[in-house]
Ligand binder design. Structure first.
Ligand SMILES: [Zn+2]
Length: 241
């Protein structure tokens, strides 16, 4: 696809651009797209609110179950106590029986009242919970729809990445390995390897577009000759016009 006769600098510029494009594509494959950010933030906030209220509801329900179990136990003990009544043979046993009966009866009343309190709290809570749940499910639905849209776009992005990688390999093969290495090092250090030169309005001076450092006329002459790659004196990026 690329001509062997392509100048070294042109190859380097194209390669630098392709690497940047590749980075962008890879980012869009892995990072949440900007158009999803607000749905995602809203989803997270609603999810936290929902989970909080859900755990409160579950805790109340478990307290209610415990109270019901305890009540069953107590009622069973109370029933057993009545069976024992027929075997009482003296006053001492009778007194113990009465004390025990009173104790269990009291605890039954206490547990019943606790159970009613919890039930009432659950009842009060119900509407609030239903509201929060409905709102969360609504937001979750929107978020999942967007997530699916993003997922659906990924195979296309992956294909684009493949195409870019092919072009990159082709261009790399046109350059001497030391230049490829130099370009990659510059990218690792500075994000980009090349910088365009721009001129002042009166055309008197030229500058590096990356760091705005002055580019001397002799440097521009050398770039025009195209014999070597020239870097900015200040930011070290490879300059081009
Ligand atoms: Zn510079």
């Amino acid at each position: 696809m690329y001509e062997k006769s392509m100048g070294e600098l042109d190859v380097v510029i194209e390669l630098d651009n392709l690497y940047s494009e590749l980075d962008k594509k890879q980012k869009s494959l892995n990072d949440l797209p900007s158009w999803m950010q607000s749905a995602y933030q809203e989803y997270l906030a609603k999810k936290e609110e929902y989970e909080h209220i859900k755990s409160k509801k579950e805790s109340l329900e478990s307290q209610l179950r415990e109270a019901e179990l305890r009540l069953n136990e107590l009622e069973e003990s109370y029933g057993n106590l009545n069976e024992r009544a027929s075997k009482i043979s003296n006053m001492k046993q009778y007194e113990a029986y009465v004390r025990e009966k009173k104790r269990i009866k009291e605890e039954i009343e206490k547990t019943k009242s606790l159970k009613n309190d919890i039930s009432a709290e659950i009842e009060l809570f119900k509407e609030n919970f239903a509201e929060v749940e409905a709102s969360f499910l609504d937001v979750e639905k929107t978020y999942k729809k967007e997530l699916a849209k993003w997922e659906a776009s990924k195979p296309e992005i992956a294909r684009e990445i493949e195409t870019i990688e092919k072009k990159i390999n082709e261009l790399r093969s046109l350059l001497p390995p030391n230049i490829v290495r130099r370009l990659e090092l510059l990218r690792e250090k500075f994000g980009r390897a090349t910088a365009k030169i721009y001129s002042s309005e009166d055309n008197q001076f030229s500058y590096c577009s990356n760091c705005n450092y002055v580019v001397r006329p002799v440097v521009i002459q050398r770039i025009k000759l195209g014999i070597e790659l020239i870097e900015c004196d200040n930011c070290k990026r490879i300059l081009y016009q």
